[in-house]
Write a protein that binds this ligand. Sequence first.
Ligand SMILES: [Fe+2]
Ligand SMILES: [Fe+2]
Length: 310
Amino acid sequence: MSSVDPKKLAQYLTVTDPSKAWVPERLIYLMTQATVIPSFSAAAIKLGRLTRDENATVDDLAAVIELDPGLASRCVQVASSAGYAARRIVSINQALMMLGMDKIRQIAFTVGVMDKFTHLKSKVNWDDFWLHSILVARLTDRVAAAFRPPCGSEYLAGLLHDSGKLVLEHYFPEDFDRIVLRAVERSCGHAKVEHEFIGLTHAQIGAAVCECLQAHVEVLRAVWFHHDPFDSSLDGQPDNSKFLAACVAVGDALANMAQVNIAGAKASDIPFDQLPEWAYLNQFQMSYGLDLDLEGELAKAQEDLSAFAS
Ligand SMILES: [Fe+2]
Ligand SMILES: [Fe+2]
């Protein structure tokens, strides 16, 4: 397994306060250990690329997932569970036929991602974290789909958007607790307090996580800027980064509105359709419409979580 280049991680983990320089140093040391965030399997990386290919067929998808027997068997297991087909499925091809390409892609991504983080499981609300992540993934996908056919990057960016929090909580538990407490006290988001306490944010750490996983660069940038999609470094990027980052921000605000989040994260007071990110997205033609049932999405995210956890 190729280890990640420390210089690449340093790009995301910048601090302006020299007294906090130990934080990125420690994070880079940890994250370059192959076991901390193992990269996606070759199959998962191919899957990420394939989903951007309009000509990809169901057979292509099956062939790629089957390259990774562990991933394939977990997908089959999840696809057979009560939340999905509720009958015995024995192959990826059969699962694809029963559930369709989009669903299998979501299952493969979620299984692939959650399995990478099980060793970071700590004392704090693991299920709440993944419920938030899965819900934001679904909502990011729904929001993006109002404007253009989603390609899989939307779901993956939503799923990974707060992954930096898992790293933070696992390796800096005391700082994490202090951050949560202070964010609650001030009734503000975590990112602001993180910046103050440790010099960088979970969004920056999330970008480093995406680098370790070898996620696509537009997924990485969307995670990096999910609290700041108007950052000037996203301007003029030839890919969908800014659009994606804005979709994640709207998905995140919707999930917070539904009060699905880990302890201490602040729910936005602003309705999603008054968010600047939503105004930005509406510069694009809304070709497909957005018919959003937040409670329904939450129920599906809960179903997904129990299927993936079993
Ligand atoms: Fe976040
Ligand atoms: Fe979030």
